[in-house]
Write a protein that binds this ligand. Sequence first.
Ligand SMILES: Nc1ncnc2c1ncn2[C@@H]1O[C@H](COP(=O)(O)OP(=O)(O)OP(=O)(O)O)[C@@H](O)[C@H]1O
Ligand SMILES: [Mg+2]
Length: 253
Amino acid sequence: MAEQLLVLDDVTKDFGSIRAVDGFSLEIPAGEVTAVIGPNGAGKTTLFNLLTGKHAPTAGRIFLRDERIDGKPPHEIVRMGVARSYQITNFFPKLTALENVRLAAQARHTGFSPRDFLTHYADLGEPAEAAYGVLRRLGLEHLADEVASTLSHGQQRHLEIGIALAADPDVLFMDEPTAGMSPEETAETKELIQDLAADLTLVIVEHDMEVVMESADNVAVMNRGSLLATGTPDSIQENEAVQRAYLGGGGAV
Ligand SMILES: Nc1ncnc2c1ncn2[C@@H]1O[C@H](COP(=O)(O)OP(=O)(O)OP(=O)(O)O)[C@@H](O)[C@H]1O
Ligand SMILES: [Mg+2]
């Protein structure tokens, strides 16, 4: 049995009268790839927002190793080794690829947010080496000095993963890393996920079932805020309740 890195214990999140996450419990093993799947609106992004400190749960507890993290602010959770990339593009479009990653690396070293640096510091100084290392790992080093807004969609999504990696995390959350990608970009991203899985715990929300089936060790299926099923990719594919949830009009997988 792998060690559990993250444990969600009966977690609920309400937005006014909407219950986005409903009594959700899950154990996420260290060193493995866990995919969270489910229909549109199932609560997957909200779950990530709870795990990375953007939202505090309405009820329930979240543990990282043995420490409670629910309700902690995002920068503290990042410093504990948890990083994420977003479903929606999230970088500084006018800065170069290298500057984007470097800001993220620097923010980790000092505890400042990247925006503090942009506002207060002209000289970006040090962790360029680490930032280059990250770009190399992503196969983006030849684009280091390109302005982020000029990169292709797939390159921008990989840059965002780089920004998350710059925090040198133990666990990386990726929200729909292949969304909007061409088949070639999706294939590259699948390889990247498999490469990152060699030394990180990964949690991915992913609609592309081929990516899930080929990359994930564990799959958690979310439906209407609740955990519908967990298991290996094969067992999930054969699970009748899962098939019913998708066929029942919950939206695209
Ligand atoms: N900040 C918010 N304020 C109010 N309602 C929210 C907020 N965030 C999410 N919701 C609602 O919570 C529910 C779950 O949304 P969420 O974005 O977590 O789903 P999802 O599984 O990520 O969907 P998708 O596959 O479309 O990305 C939806 O009904 C959504 O409208
Ligand atoms: Mg989402």
